[in-house]
Design a binder for this molecule. Structure first.
Ligand code: HAM
Length: 422
């Protein structure tokens, strides 16, 4: 039997894997600038947590969650997103009291059993963050700026930011009523199967339906005075910090916990799954899960999609920044040569210079070929003749010239090549 990866799951290899690391490092550095601290939450939670937070009638919970029973007969779900787990951890660990900073970020795998297609994976990675305890619109602006900065620092240009305000508990029922009224005037047979279902269970979602959404594009939120004023403040605040955006009534998000501000960042470089980041405010969730009334706002960037943008637009090659084998050490199959070569290889690495070698079962010719393929700047060659004379050959791969030096001078010479103090 030939083993293959499970449908919708994939291996990430080589330059792609490096780009993932590069993006994660960029995000970590940016989060630090904004005073976010890391939180690592479990990959699994009780499935009930997601029912209560994301919503029983959402696509994620209804169709896409990986749910299983563990040996203790608990119903467990692989996390489809990070917000629910972070809020659970926030309450359980009493973080509102214990942590001076109420800003948390996470990087990790999420799981959704969606129909696999370009940009949609069953296991994907998110860079996410959650900011607790700030009701001000300026927290929303900060989050949009932060998401934009992570994307731009990763080398992504020309993203589009869409915003909307879904209203508070006062104005949401008014919008719901409006949608229900309009929907009931539409013959049910003219709606897609999803919207027929949504009409009963989750009417908001008809607005962003890919099939029927057009029919309802003129439905505008009914915002109360406070939400209207806040939405104006958000728009003006974004303009003040030179963030371009458009307002989209269709942006309702596929998770039930949002209140007021929601936003999505898209890139034309991506295909139909164009959202690279999404988020918004969820001022009721901490309380709904048993915590104190706590405002909150957050977002998550889809790392797989961010990497796809970088790869497609060739904005930056992380490989050029980190060379994994600046020096390559070759030796012949003679015990003394191998031992000396391995010793020098370790010394070079200990001095902070990247190096590879130790492929001594290969011929010298194929070791040299590997050094070339790895783009090494210098190659050290230790053959039978050299070891007899206590020498090594140091070859500069760029100018294709080599010289003999004493074994004891090898490390010092390499350090000089990289301008390191001996
Ligand atoms: P979301 O819109 O479900 O929001 O996901 C955020 C981002 O994750 C999407 O914009 C997309 O880039 C990426 N993503 C989602 N599903 C997939 C998939 N199947 N394959 C590849 N990438 C995917 C959330 O998850 C919220 N928790 C965001 C949030 C945080 N809101 C407040 N705080």
């Amino acid at each position: 039997m030939k083993y293959q990866s499970v449908k919708g799951f994939r291996d990430i290899i080589g330059v792609s894997a490096e780009t993932f690391s590069f993006v994660e490092k960029t995000a970590r550095d940016t989060f630090k600038k904004y005073n976010f601290s890391e939180i690592r939450i479990p990959t699994v939670e009780l499935s009930d947590l997601f029912l209560r937070t994301i919503g029983e009638t959402t696509d994620i919970v209804e169709k896409e969650m990986y749910v299983f029973e563990d040996k203790g007969k608990r119903k467990i779900a692989l996390r489809p997103e990070g917000t629910a787990g972070v809020v659970r951890a926030y309450i359980e660990n009493n973080l509102s009291q214990k942590e001076p900073s109420q800003k948390f970020f996470y990087i990790g795998q999420m799981f959704r059993q969606e129909r696999p297609q370009a940009g949609r994976f069953r296991e994907f990675s998110q860079i996410g963050c959650e900011y607790f305890g700030n009701t001000s619109v300026y927290a929303d602006i900060e989050m949009i700026l932060l998401a934009k900065e992570i994307l731009e620092s990763s080398g992504v240009k020309d993203v589009k930011i869409e915003i909307n305000n879904l209203g508070c508990e006062k104005c949401r029922p008014l919008l719901l009523e409006k949608i229900r009224k309009i929907l009931s005037a539409v013959p049910s047979e003219s709606l897609c199967d999803d919207c027929k279902r949504r009409f009963q269970k989750n009417p908001f979602r008809v607005l962003d339906c890919k099939i029927d959404g057009e029919k309802f594009k003129n439905i505008k939120p009914e915002l109360c005075d406070l939400c209207s004023a806040e939405f104006e403040e958000l728009k003006n605040g974004l303009k003040d910090v030179n963030v371009n955006f458009t307002v989209s009534n269709k942006l309702v998000r596929g998770l039930d916990y949002y209140t007021k501000t929601v936003f999505e960042i898209t890139s034309d470089v991506l295909g139909s799954q164009s959202a690279v980041c999404a988020g918004g405010r969820y001022d009721n969730l901490v309380k709904d899960l048993g915590g104190a009334t706590t405002a909150a706002v957050g977002f998550a960037i889809g790392v797989d999609r961010l990497v796809e943008i970088i790869e497609k637009s060739e904005v930056r090659s992380p490989k050029s920044e980190v060379q994994s084998a600046a020096v390559f050490v070759c030796a012949t199959e003679n015990d003394d040569c191998k031992k000396t070569a391995f010793h020098i290889l370790s010394e070079i690495r200990n001095s902070g210079i990247s190096a590879d070698g130790g492929y001594f079962e290969k011929s010298l010719k194929s070791q040299m070929r590997l050094a070339g393929a790895l783009n090494s700047k210098y190659v050290i060659i230790i053959g039978d003749e050299e070891i007899k004379n206590k020498k090594i050959i140091l070859r500069d791969m760029k100018v294709q010239q080599q010289k003999e030096i004493g074994i004891d001078d090898a490390l010092g010479e390499i350090k000089k090549c990289f301008n390191r103090n001996s």
